[in-house]
Design a protein around this ligand. Structure first.
Ligand code: HEM
Length: 153
């Protein structure tokens, strides 16, 4: 199956941005799993406030560091996933569709991240956070794939 293109000049930035998106989702997941396995935090959550930890913008304390890193990369990831959904031309129909689904999933993921913190690791919320993260990665990959095979004119 092929898709119509919107001009060769757009293809490269779209493919690059789609690739950066999946790289960022992957990195956020990596830090998330590190966080939940708790080498520093011991129980996966020490910062029960949102959006900042109790020390606010003060110098990062070791115990909050990974949580800050996870939230910071998540925010950058969300911005890049949204940008990808915007930049994919509508004429690359399948790429646009999956990029928009990825944008919806990243919004849901941010909300679930917030609930993970506020409910202090309610199991259903944690399970949803993990499975939505995996779905987000899958749709990011599909966006990269469809943007890559989209035919230029
Ligand atoms: C693109 C956005 C995000 C992705 C892809 C993502 C992904 C993940 C993944 C894969 C885990 C590991 C889950 C597990 O091992 O059970 C995790 C853990 C976690 N995430 Fe996120 N996350 C995102 C955003 C956020 C945000 C915005 C917050 C909070 C403000 C957050 C809070 C947490 C917390 C507290 C944990 C630890 C949960 C535990 O200890 O089981 N996440 N995240």
């Amino acid at each position: 199956m092929t898709q119509e293109g919107a001009g060769p000049e757009l293809k490269k930035p779209v493919v690059v941005l789609a690739f950066v998106s999946i790289g960022l989702v992957y990195s956020t997941m990596l830090v998330g799993v590190f966080l939940s396995s708790g080498p520093i935090t011991e129980n996966g959550i020490v910062c029960t406030e949102w959006p900042l930890c109790p020390n606010g913008f003060g110098p990062p304390e070791d115990r909050y560091l990974m949580e800050y890193v996870h939230r910071l990369i998540a925010a950058i990831t969300a911005a890049v996933v949204y940008a990808t959904a915007v930049i994919v031309p509508s004429r690359a129909r399948l790429a646009k569709k999956v990029a928009l689904i990825a944008a919806g999933l990243v919004s849901l993921q941010m909300l679930l991240g917030l609930l993970t913190v506020l409910t202090i690791l309610e199991p259903l919320v944690v399970a949803s956070h993990l499975s939505t993260g995996i779905s987000l990665f899958a749709f990011g990959l599909l966006t990269f794939w469809w943007a890559g095979v989209w035919k230029m004119r």
